[in-house]
Design a binder for this molecule. Structure first.
Ligand SMILES: [Ca+2]
Ligand SMILES: [Ca+2]
Length: 368
């Protein structure tokens, strides 16, 4: 009873806030921002915990209010905490999960020139895997506003739907996949940014492969890739995976993520740049001899994501990764299995830091 009264009060204040904030009817959206979660895909075992960040990329637009309601299937992924990033939003009015809806509501009261913009970390959602299945995090509703000369105005939000799979992790060790006559086989050739032929410390870098088509998705964790020659001195890898548990054969988008690399979306054969479209145009066949081999070598996976808040890869290349790699590189260590060795040549050197900085730059420039 007490709770519902408090809730009613919040709604009243909330409603009043709207009226004060929006004196006029908003007729059109005056800008566009992109929203996503990081990491945007992950495979979890039952009982495993996942820490995600809710991110906005506003380009040069300034943010003053962010209100988001995200829908999560909490029977599969239980939300254990929701925290608004107070470094960005001084006013925090909602950070909770209720009935499968995560609500985040924060405001910044800084002068217009100092309001947040660009890639903004809005908050952190901690989850725990309860039951097997795919969980997509949908956008229920939102209100995102920024300043203008007359009144505040609203942005339109393009939400990149993240997918998390609660499943047993699939370790795919054999590189020659045997078909089962039903499911498609995905074959691809790929490259890691900065990795040259003869770099022997890049031999054990499996990738996470996510396939999506229509409403279906599936993640294959730790798919081995093996050396498959070179091109212009660059080391090329090949990999293949039986798309067990995934029925679509066409209009597939493939996401690859390396052990120290940020995820890249591939939607077409021979792709040499960011795939700036929804969905994908790749197809697969169940016959290993005739299924296409996709050439993804023209857009190598960018290295740089080695640490996160919980000291693990967290889907973004940021200041945490930068300071870790910078410190390591200064030690000039040599050997196998060096986390900060971005080009896989068994040495820590300035080029490893350069590769990380390239990944940072590339990601900042992408709106998706
Ligand atoms: Ca990171
Ligand atoms: Ca190196």
């Amino acid at each position: 009873m007490q709770v519902s009264r408090v809730w009613l009060m919040i709604n009243l204040v909330w409603g009043l806030g709207w009226i004060l904030t929006f004196p006029g009817q908003i007729e059109a959206y005056l800008g566009k921002v992109e929203g996503y979660m990081s990491p945007s895909t992950e495979v979890l075992n039952v009982g495993e915990k996942l820490s995600t960040k809710v991110m906005l990329n506003t380009g040069s637009s300034k943010l003053s209010v962010v209100y988001l309601n995200l829908q999560i299937d909490t029977s599969r992924l239980k939300v254990t905490s929701v925290i608004v990033n107070r470094n960005v939003f001084s006013g925090v009015y909602m950070e909770k999960e209720s009935g499968g809806v995560v609500s985040i509501y924060g405001t910044s009261s800084k002068p217009t020139g100092e309001l947040p913009s660009g890639v903004v970390e809005v908050g952190t959602i901690e989850m725990e895997a309860l039951e097997k299945g795919n969980v997509m995090v949908g956008l229920k509703n939102y209100e995102i506003t920024g300043p203008s000369n007359s009144n505040d105005y609203s942005y339109q939000l393009a939400w990149q739907v993240p997918t998390y799979v609660v499943d047993s992790r699939v370790m795919v060790t054999p590189t020659e996949v045997v078909g089962n006559g039903t499911n498609g086989i995905l074959k691809f050739r790929m490259a890691y940014s900065g990795v040259m032929e003869g770099s022997s410390c890049s031999n054990d870098w499996p990738v996470n492969v996510t396939v999506m088509s229509g409403g279906q998705s599936k993640i294959y964790d730790k798919v081995s890739v093996v050396e498959d020659g070179g091109e212009n001195g660059k080391k090329i890898f090949k990999g293949e995976v039986l798309l067990d548990g995934f029925t679509p054969k066409q209009e597939i988008a493939v996401f690859l993520k390396g052990p120290k690399h940020i995820q890249v979306k591939y939607g077409r054969n021979g792709q040499s740049d960011f795939y700036n479209e929804p969905g994908g145009s790749l197809s697969v066949e169940s016959n290993s001899a005739t299924t296409p081999i996709y050439d993804l070598t023209g857009y190598p996976l960018m290295a740089g994501d080695v640490v996160g808040r919980s000291s693990q890869q967290d889907g973004v290349v940021d200041g945490l990764d930068f300071s870790y790699v910078k410190t390591e590189v200064n030690k000039r260590t040599e050997g196998n299995g060096l986390l900060a060795d971005m080009n896989g040549n068994c040495k820590l050197e300035s080029q490893d830091l350069t590769l990380l900085m390239l990944a940072m730059k590339d990601k900042q420039e992408q709106l998706y």
